[in-house]
Design a protein around this ligand. Sequence first.
Ligand code: AMP
Ligand code: MG
Length: 269
Amino acid sequence: MLDIKPCLVIPGTAADLASREPGSKLGFEGDKAEGKAALGPLNVRLAELQTRLWAESRQKLLVVLQAMDTGGKDGTIRHVFKGVNPQGVHVWGFGVPNETELAHDYLWRVHRRTPANGTITIFNRSHYEDVLVVRVKGLAAEETWRRRFGHIVEFERLLADEGTTLVKLFLHISKEEQRQRLEARLEEPDKRWKFSVGDLEDRALWDEYLAAYEEALTLTSTEHAPWHVVPADRKWYRNLVVSSILIQTLEKMDPSYPPEPDLDGVVVG
Ligand code: AMP
Ligand code: MG
């Protein structure tokens, strides 16, 4: 299992994204083939823990995934959750808010998708967009998005107090890696559907997004809802790190099968 401590944004300290290397494969000696092979046993372990969580039905896990465009959110979900029972895992993507969503406060659409007992919910983008894209694109006044940092910390405290474990993951890619991934989307026919011209506008705002992430991660990494920064230029390494973080989190939650009912004398007729 990888040592994931270096990925943690220690609560109360700066996220310091500039000093974190997106191309790192810290703690893993092997090459890509070995890295890919190492994911299999982690998939099995995650599935075991998820089965226990589902059977126990007393705890719940929320995984918040954030990244720049092409950062690998979809691929991470596909690879890391391979083999889990789909019945107990939900994925919610949050795009540009629709009219109904905009008619409510920004946490409304998010809160109704948080996990129930026994389940894991993955947010593919999240309420953090309301202090990221909203900030960078000027969709709300600064006083509006700035006070959201406080709301978010308290909202996540509410979830934690009421029994949800939170794991927040920022998939950290370099600008050069994003260039290559966008080019691949343009050039490879089976990737072209993912290309959006809007991504180029966001790419031009790379530094602004990074600054927004830096502040968001710094101000909202808490004991009850910590952020991890995942080196994500290498997809196979990213998968190993995310998988390891989730396994270690679930091991701490230690879900157990419910007590066996007294079945003495029961016969299937
Ligand atoms: P995708 O993740 O490719 O499906 O894209 C979803 C898009 O929705 C991204 O460009 C996000 O920045 C955008 N988005 C998500 N949440 C919000 C929000 N609260 N306000 C504005 N845009 C958002
Ligand atoms: Mg975009």
